[in-house]
Design a protein around this ligand. Structure first.
Ligand code: ZN
Length: 375
């Protein structure tokens, strides 16, 4: 029998091997993000285990950023890196245990179906092949990677859509593929109406450094980008610094920031109800967007979500609150599950890349519904 080999030395990889000498009890640890605050994303390859029952223990799962994320969670695994099935996973006494018999020599395991930096570049290339879109360079990241914005549409309203502030939330990129694909479809009537009424500024990947490094939440300096919107600096959080400056230049009438949530098995939206500038107008817009999203797809719901902070106590370091206050506009955080949508569960794939893309495409409906009321 060949030896077991475990590696995470690739784009968006994350794992440390403690002991891989025995396939019945492999011991692994998730590496911390830069900044030593956060950890939960994992993505690694196991070689040499075809047909052998594998038991993998992630020993430090209980010390991760969101231990509740492991309750009712199943790990994603793939042999072709396209189809990511859920495999048997348990969480007990702070240890996550994965049991699986790989059907091929190489098998990849991940917290959620990964969306690599290479795939992000493919997405940009696909967008620029459309005569409807152009790509603008906003600036560079800490590691010197490009930060790009996809621009399309010719209308007066300014709509911003951003994703992957938290790089481990790869579902946001799968959502983005669906959203951009539909928005740049010349034969889609709803996309055309939206492009006529608004100019879209889309940043598909806010944190390419963190994504490549296999981080959960932070950039290369250890900054959690969605806690940097009050006072971003070019040294610590250039990703937010450049995007916020570009927003100041264009103005913002609607902002959607796309994320994933470790614990809740639902798709939901968090608004900016606790900002000092909250008004009945913004409340009406938020309510309309959420109601129309739920009408557009049963994968979106309004029953479960985050509790709303007390009035006036919004965390202004977060994108949604900062942008809503700064531009007196509708700004929202979309959360998708790492686990599954408990309303419509799929025991084989859980919440999957395909379902993220469908949710992205469905987003055109609530956008169209609020468009005429934005100002
Ligand atoms: Zn997030």
């Amino acid at each position: 029998m060949s030896n077991l080999h475990i590696s995470a030395a690739f784009d968006s990889g994350n794992i440390d091997v403690v002991d891989a000498s025995n396939p019945d009890g492999v011991h692994l640890r998730i590496r911390k993000d830069a900044g030593d605050q956060h950890l939960q994303w994992f993505h690694f390859q196991v070689a040499g285990a075809r047909g052998r029952p594998l038991t993998l223990h992630i020993d430090n799962a209980g010390q991760c950023s969101y231990p509740k994320g492991w309750e009712g969670y199943s790990t994603c695994a793939s042999v072709d890196r396209r189809n990511w099935r859920r495999v048997h996973t348990t969480y007990e006494d702070g240890v996550l245990t994965i049991r699986h018999v790989p059907e091929a020599d190489l098998v990849w395991f991940a917290y959620f179906a990964p969306f690599s930096l290479e795939q992000h570049h493919d997405l940009l290339a696909t967008c620029q092949a459309s005569p409807l879109a152009s790509i603008e360079r906003l600036g560079n990241t800490v590691d010197g990677r490009p930060l790009d914005k996809v621009v399309f549409g010719e209308g007066a309203r300014q709509i911003w859509v951003i994703a992957r502030q938290h790089p481990g939330e790869s579902m946001a990129s799968w959502w983005m593929e669906g959203f951009l694909g539909r928005m740049l479809d010349p034969d889609d009537a709803l996309a055309r109406v939206l492009r006529d009424a608004a100019t879209f500024h889309v940043v598909p990947h806010m944190n390419p450094d963190g994504g490549f490094r296999g981080h959960l939440r932070c950039n290369a300096t250890g900054a959690n980008l969605n806690r940097e919107w009050h006072e971003p600096t070019e040294a610590r959080s250039p990703e937010v610094f450049h995007v916020r400056n570009a927003m100041d230049e264009s103005g913002v009438d609607l902002c959607l920031d796309v994320h994933g949530d470790e614990a809740l098995p639902y798709n939901f939206i968090a608004g900016s109800e606790a900002i000092p500038g909250w008004t009945a107008r913004l409340a009406g817009l938020l309510d309309c967007f959420k109601t129309e999203y739920a009408k557009a797809t049963p994968d979106f719901q309004t029953t479960y979500g985050y509790p709303v902070a007390p009035a006036g106590e919004a965390n202004m370091t977060m994108c949604t609150n900062q942008v809503a206050q700064r531009f007196d506009c509708l700004a929202m955080t979309l959360e998708m599950p790492f686990k599954d949508n408990a309303d419509l569960p799929d025991p084989i794939y859980g919440w999957s890349p395909e379902r993220c893309a469908h949710l992205g495409r469905a987003t055109l409906h609530p956008m169209a519904a609020v468009l005429v009321q934005l100002r």
